[in-house]
Design a protein around this ligand. Structure first.
Ligand code: AGP
Length: 603
């Protein structure tokens, strides 16, 4: 999830681009850059870290467009998906005479890169983006027509991408394309101005009407105005930047719940084909000599790890244990070199998890980190890093990190299963078919959100909540309980449904709220009898299920699907929405709940 900006006009373009990138910093900021073209001369500036570092670099340079008559420029703020956050990997990427910024993932970049290298193109970065500008120049060198070369370029690309490209070969134009990643374009308030941005926030105050480009639309911005490949719809820009950064949602957490459908798609891009799972970051020898997997994490990441432990044993047929990092690091753990050690962390900075990783690495174990932030402490220590590609997660209560972690770990379980020959090709193909359905299961249905909003007024008090589930729905119950605790400050426990009768059922009364996860495709009759036991003792039951359950006091009906993991992700969204709506009713700060930090970098 990156941010891109573009400008042409008579104003101070580098300041306009920098201000735009600052507005987009919520989309990613591990590195940034701009390319400015005026009077046929290109100036490129790049910096790692916050936009301020880029601004300092420009201000300390001799370059200045204040007195320019006309300039064009493109800018980019990066959230790494391929290649470490370095200046070399920062956008804009260049060829001999052209520059490109890109948001998204080019799935077929490796084959394009290999093809261009046979034609003498040299690549300097680890990114997928760099192939765009070289492919453009490959075509332009043949046909000497920038518009046609750009069209041929975008026709070759597969994946999700929004692109801005400028070239000395036709210096007063910006070529643009939108496919899968957002891109907006507007005429500026000053004559002859045209502006681009990944979201409308940077355009507010500089323009009044905007086109939110649809997938497949491309075109050219020039001193003659905008040319689009097809008819477009003009909208009025919102008047609040803060509102815009949340893309119209009330909270970043809400936005991030709604983003899950897209970011989970990104986490799978380039990793699943119809009959195979592929991780560029891992090699086939990884499992040589490995007889056990040990997972270590905290909080929500721990819940993703616990979910994965079921999948690793069920699919990869390998022993798998899961540890809470703050316990693991002090328990004098027995570490053997036949163990693959996997840590999971959204931030890559959680102190306890980081220490556990160091312990495992020092003990000579192979280590993998499943992480959302490249160049974080854990990615610099682990032997391999698998990025979850969820984009920046600003809500303290983790949502899209959990869903992308779980999908990545599920794919890893299938990848290991293939290497260990514990899965047939048919079964693998079936699992991949189901994986491809996950984004649809994460889609937030209006009626479900509305139901959670209505129900939330009922669950504001009581002396506590039990979230219960079986198998992978037990870690999901833990996650649901954590979400509620974090942002509503009400007490909640996740519990294995079959364990209630070993004590906790003594708490059952009308004031005890039980949120029951009742999937159709995994032990339904078992969970049903557990819930009936609670209902018989007057516990107030909220059942979440695709199957009608008449004993429930409240019932959230999820879609009928053909696999328990699709039910898993659909119920995840319900749990996230329900906790958020309860928090809203209680008047809490949904995005920054009391006592919590987004990343716990201390013990
Ligand atoms: C989850 O909603 C919490 N914010 C918290 O439990 C979090 O998952 C935990 O601190 C681990 O953070 P990490 O994934 O960045 O390591």
């Amino acid at each position: 999830m990156c941010g891109i900006v573009g400008y042409m006009g008579h104003q101070n373009s580098n300041q306009i681009l920098l201000d735009g990138l600052k507005d987009l910093e919520y989309r990613g900021y591990d590195s940034a850059g701009i390319a400015l073209l005026e009077d046929g001369k290109i100036n490129v500036f790049k910096a790692v870290g916050k936009i301020k570092n880029l601004e300092d670099k420009i201000n300390n340079s001799t370059f200045d467009t204040k007195n320019s008559t006309f300039s064009i420029g493109i800018g980019h703020t990066r959230w790494a998906t391929h290649g470490k956050p370095t200046e070399l990997n920062a956008h804009p990427h260049s060829g001999a005479y052209s520059y490109v910024v890109h948001n998204g993932i080019i799935e077929n970049y490796k084959e394009i890169k290999a093809e261009l290298e046979t034609h003498g193109h040299k690549f300097v970065s680890q990114t997928d983006t760099e192939v765009i500008v070289h492919l453009f120049e490959f075509y332009f060198n043949q046909i000497k027509d920038a518009a046609k070369a750009f069209k041929q370029t975008i026709q070759r690309l597969e994946g999700a991408y929004s692109i801005l490209l400028i070239t000395k070969s036709e210096p007063n134009k910006i070529f643009f394309m939108k496919h899968g990643s957002p891109l907006a374009v507007a005429y500026g308030n000053n004559t002859g101005e045209i502006l681009f941005a990944s979201s409308d926030s940077p355009l507010i105050g500089l323009a009044s009407n905007v086109v939110y480009l649809e997938d497949g639309v491309y075109g050219i911005a020039s001193t003659n105005g905008l040319i689009f490949s097809q008819d477009v719809k003009w909208d009025i820009l919102p008047n609040s930047k803060q509102f815009a950064q949340k893309d119209g949602f009330r909270f970043f957490m809400e936005k991030e719940i709604y983003e899950q459908q897209d970011v989970v798609t990104d986490s799978m891009l380039g990793r699943i084909a119809d009959k195979q799972i592929n991780f560029d970051e891992l090699d086939d020898t990884l499992m040589d000599g490995i007889n056990e997997i040990r997972i270590c994490a905290c909080g929500t990441s721990y819940h993703a790890g616990l979910t994965a432990s079921y999948l690793f044993e069920r699919l990869s047929k390998i022993r798998c244990s899961i540890e809470i990092a703050s316990e693991f690091r002090y328990k004098d753990p027995l570490l053997t070199k036949d163990t693959l050690f996997i840590v999971i962390s959204q931030s890559g900075e959680t102190a306890d998890t980081l220490e556990a990783l160091k312990m495992a690495k020092n003990a000579g174990l192979k280590t993998i980190v499943v992480c959302n932030v490249d160049n974080s402490s854990m990615t610099r220590i682990a032997h391999s890093t698998i990025l979850t590609r969820a984009g920046i997660e600003k809500g303290v209560a983790s949502t899209k990190a959990f869903s992308t972690q779980t999908v990545v770990l599920w794919m890893m379980a299938l990848y290991f299963a293939k290497i260990r020959k514990t899965i047939t090709d048919d079964k693998l193909q079936e699992e991949i078919r189901i994986l491809r359905e996950v984004p649809n299961s994460l889609k937030v249905e209006n009626e479900v959100h509305e139901k959670c909003r209505r129900l939330s007024k009922r669950y504001l008090h009581g002396h506590g909540f039990f979230f219960i589930g079986r198998d992978v729905f037990f870690p999901l119950a833990l996650e649901g309980a954590l979400k509620l605790k974090e942002i509503s400050y009400l007490h909640a426990e996740g519990y294995p449904a079959g364990e209630m009768k070993h004590g906790p059922i003594a708490l059952a009364d009308p004031e005890l709220f039980t949120i029951a996860l009742m999937p159709q495709h995994l032990h339904y009759e078992k969970i049903k009898s557990n819930v009936e036991e609670l209902s018989a003792r007057d516990s107030t039951i909220c059942a979440i299920s695709p199957l009608r359950f008449d004993l429930a006091d409240d019932f959230i009906n999820t879609k009928k699907t053909d696999h328990y993991m699709l039910e898993f992700f659909e119920m995840l969204v319900v749990l996230q929405l329900l906790s958020m709506e309860i928090s809203v009713r209680l008047g809490n700060d949904v995005d920054m709940p009391r006592n919590l930090a987004k990343s716990v970098t201390v013990e």
